[in-house]
Design a protein around this ligand. Structure first.
Ligand SMILES: Nc1ncnc2c1ncn2[C@@H]1O[C@H](COP(=O)(O)OP(=O)(O)OP(=O)(O)O)[C@@H](O)[C@H]1O
Length: 473
């Protein structure tokens, strides 16, 4: 349903048009002069105005300019008699969306209005995403000098500076990394620094779309496609046209959507729910996941063809515990940013606090660090923030460093008793890896986390010890 104003000094005609549109489900008012229309724009905030070009008083063309200066997002459709088509064309140059000739054919009117409203909705969605992108751009700096992050930053540069070409021809990018490592941040950086900057960046959180609405959200629908589809609506893929579509947590997509998405990427076309028409799409896809997609492919939880389609260029974000001094750089960066945000006096971490930060294993990665710094800043009144203000699992560097070898939640008194007769270190490692895999049902990423090593390091050890495939997901 949309709010529509009909402005025409032929009162009976204006009422009849408004009546027709109300029957189509819109909220309509008819007015007999442009002057009344101007007042109504302020109070009613219409989505669309049907405006007669020949009005007594303020002319249709003047009214058009005034309307658009009051609110540039209103769609204005000009109504004109055959003899004044030229003025209607002039009006379109001044920003009218379309024109319709009198006498008005009701089917044609309905068609023009529905098409215009669809464009309007698409524009609104785009400007929402563009606004969101501009807000986030201010906080988009990527901090890190560790070897892992240097590689990531170099890769962003390389991807961003690929030869300018249409969005749909740019290679897909797959971002891998544990939760909170910065995949979202990197996706936005690739978009902003490349040739698509300025075009829409549309993020889809695959986990947050209700399953039964997912297809309609992604691909859009036509009016009447299902109960409640009172008007056609473009999907998020269409909203990303010309820019980047960021599929976050792509590993969580249902098998049906995986199939539909693959088809859309391969054919560069989509079909809205309830439509027979294929629509071309021109989008670059960036996907991200914290799941081990390769393992998901092996157990049949993710389509191999989609996996290979997505991983044309892969960027792996290292967990924070493997980034060395980046922890301190990041902590200081967030401290400065948040002090500014809360208009607080300058604060700094004590050396003991920095040691605690270095020693902690960061299961929630950078996101956990941001929250921890924010909490410390808000609870600590001192100019210097010590370890006691950092309410992580372990605030003392000694306990924290012991914990590096202990999965979170493990018994803190866990110790290995060295037997007098000695041990086979390789065998101990093999057994620990097997136990970690058993505990995580063979999930390599999870097991690597429990062992506090990287996924690749774990894969290497699995091969080295010949741990057999069925134990591994
Ligand atoms: N290298 C970095 N420099 C500065 N800020 C960072 C960095 N990495 C992550 N952040 C910040 O940490 C927070 C979490 O990052 P982000 O949301 O990008 O992680 P994610 O990997 O997408 O998480 P999830 O898998 O849960 O979606 C954000 O506030 C982000 O701005």
């Amino acid at each position: 349903m949309a709010k529509i104003l009909v402005i025409d000094d032929e009162v009976v005609f204006a009422r009849s048009v408004a009546h027709t549109l109300s029957r189509n489900g819109h909220e309509c008012r008819s007015l007999s002069s442009a002057e009344e229309g101007m007042i109504s724009i302020e109070t009613d905030r219409p989505d669309l105005i049907l405006l007669d070009i020949k009005l007594a008083g303020m002319s249709g063309l003047d009214a058009l300019r005034k309307i658009l200066s009051l609110d540039g997002s209103i769609i204005v459709i000009i109504m004109t008699a055959y003899s004044s088509v030229e003025s209607a064309v002039a009006a379109m140059k001044d920003g009218a969306y379309d024109y319709i000739q009198k006498p008005i054919d009701h089917d044609e009117l309905t068609f023009i209005i529905e098409k215009a409203l669809e464009t309007h909705r698409l524009r609104e969605r785009l400007s929402y995403f563009q606004r969101k992108e501009v807000q986030q751009a201010a906080h988009g700096e990527i901090i890190g000098v560790s070897a892992g992050m240097t590689q990531v930053i170099e890769m962003i540069g390389r991807i961003a500076h690929l030869e300018p070409r249409p969005a749909g021809e740019l290679p897909t990018v797959l971002l891998l990394g544990e939760t909170g490592t910065g995949k979202d941040l990197v996706a936005r950086a690739i978009h902003r620094r490349g040739s698509l900057a300025g075009q829409p960046f549309v993020e889809i959180e695959c986990t947050s779309i209700p399953k039964d609405l997912a297809e309609a959200e992604l691909f859009g629908y036509e009016k009447g496609a299902f109960t409640g589809a009172t008007a056609a609506k473009p999907g998020l893929i269409e909203a990303a046209d010309g820019g980047t579509l960021f599929l976050d947590e792509v590993g969580e997509l249902s098998p049906e959507l995986q199939a539909k998405l693959l088809k859309a990427i391969e054919r560069r076309q989509i079909r809205r729910l309830g439509s027979l028409r294929e629509r071309k799409i021109n989008v670059r896809i960036i996907a991200a996941t914290n799941r081990d997609l390769e393992a998901a492919v092996k157990v049949g939880a993710f389509r191999p063809d989609l996996y290979y389609r997505l991983k044309v260029l892969t960027v792996e974000l290292p967990p924070l515990r493997e980034r060395g001094e980046d922890v301190v750089l990041l902590a200081n960066h967030f401290l400065k940013q948040l002090t500014h945000k809360y208009s607080l006096p300058v604060r700094r971490f004590t050396e003991a606090a920095l040691q605690a930060l270095r020693a902690y294993r960061w299961p929630g990665n950078v996101r956990e660090l941001v929250h921890l710094v924010e909490r410390a800043l808000l609870v600590c009144d001192e100019q210097e923030i010590g370890p006691s203000a950092l309410s992580m699992d372990a605030t003392s560097p000694v306990v924290a460093s012991q914990r590096r070898n202990h999965p979170p939640g493990a018994d803190e008194t866990f110790q290995i008793q060295f037997p007098e007769q000695g041990i086979d270190l390789d065998e101990v490692e093999r057994q620990l890896i097997k136990q970690a895999l058993d505990l995580t049902d063979g999930n390599v990423a999870e097991a690597a986390r429990k062992l506090s090593i990287g996924r690749e390091a774990l894969r290497y050890r699995i091969q080295k010890h010949g741990i057999t495939r069925p134990a591994i997901l």
